[in-house]
Design a protein around this ligand. Structure first.
Ligand SMILES: Cc1cc2nc3c(=O)[nH]c(=O)nc-3n(C[C@H](O)[C@H](O)[C@H](O)COP(=O)(O)O)c2cc1C
Ligand code: SF4
Ligand code: SF4
Length: 276
């Protein structure tokens, strides 16, 4: 992968370094423009956030085949163009303002989300909203404790866990990303046992609706797979979460007000379609 930075446009604001989910962009200094840390190319997700969030249009991420580079211009009535622009401008948010989202706003989002499709219209997804940022921080701490154990193990995910622990110890919240809130999609344990993937997919659909609807309220979100896996493997964390009786966590998402807004839509692969 490669990033190019136009020295005439770069204001050395540091946003690209802050939004990179893998933390691999070294910020500009007296002698160099922002650059990918040596030897870290392989860790790049090709997410294009460095390009999308650059406020000056100075940074180009050159790894994707798609050369289009649309600007985020406006919201509006839902024409196909506007809806496309709205959906394409959604990004996973990993830097948040500490400002809390009001309960009423979360309720408004969930009121939209309840119209998400579900298998057989079963509508089995329930929600646990962790609204208190101190509890969110505590959850992140417990998750990183689990990552420390994984890092010392011979599990295949040990190297990734080590990298996360190292980043955490340097002060970066790689678990909850400083988000003030977490939303957990829950389902009844007996239904999950009986129907498995047939219904757990509904939670992913519902959370996807949540992320999209939240965007209309100026709220950003990010899937929290690490937290999800920790909750499935560390009983003390599960106890701390204190789920309603007979419920299981099916998926998890962070949310809050984004610290930075994307200015561009990053490149993505073209659709891979087989026509018959
Ligand atoms: C099921 C799922 C799980 C994910 N888990 C995480 C996660 O644990 N941490 C994280 O930072 N991003 C997570 N992501 C976000 C992806 O990294 C992100 O969607 C991808 O890099 C593309 O970026 P975009 O969402 O901004 O287009 C997850 C996404 C999905 C769909
Ligand atoms: S975000 Fe853009 S302007 Fe800011 S330091 Fe990175 S390349 Fe330069
Ligand atoms: S494409 Fe994503 S992971 Fe790669 S350097 Fe840019 S922000 Fe970081």
């Amino acid at each position: 992968m490669n990033i190019n930075v136009d020295s005439d446009l770069c204001s050395q604001c540091g946003v690209c370094s802050k939004v990179c989910p893998m933390g691999i962009i070294d910020p500009a200094d007296e002698v160099q423009l922002p650059r990918v840390h040596e030897g870290m190319d392989a860790v790049c997700l090709s997410c294009g956030h460095c390009e999308a969030f650059c406020p000056s249009g100075a940074l180009t991420f050159t790894d994707m085949g798609d050369k289009t580079h649309e600007s985020v211009i406006s919201k509006g009535a839902i024409s196909p163009e506007n809806l496309g622009l709205f959906l394409k401008s959604r990004r996973s948010i990993r830097t948040y303002k500490p400002t809390e989202v009001p309960y009423a706003t979360i309720e408004s989002i969930l009121d939209i989300v309840r119209y998400a499709p579900s298998g057989g219209n079963s509508q089995l997804v329930e929600w646990l909203v962790i609204h208190d940022p101190r509890v969110v921080r505590n959850i992140a701490e417990q998750t990183i404790d689990w990552e420390r154990e994984v890092a010392k193990s011979s599990l295949p995910m040990a190297p990734r866990a080590s990298a996360m622990v190292a980043a955490w110890d340097k002060g970066t919240d790689v678990i909850c990303r400083g988000a003030p809130h977490i939303i957990l999609a829950l389902m009844a344990e007996d239904k999950v046992m009986a129907m498995g993937d047939v219904i757990t997919g509904d939670a992913i659909i519902a959370l996807t609706h949540f992320e999209i609807a939240a965007q209309a309220f100026g709220i950003g979100a990010c899937w929290a797979r690490v937290l999800l896996i920790a909750s499935q493997n560390r009983s003390s964390l599960l106890e701390y979460l204190n789920l309603p009786e007979g419920r299981r966590i099916v998926n998890a998402m962070l949310f809050g007000y984004p610290q930075y807004a994307p200015q561009f839509i990053p490149r993505r692969n073209p659709p891979h379609v087989t026509w018959r």
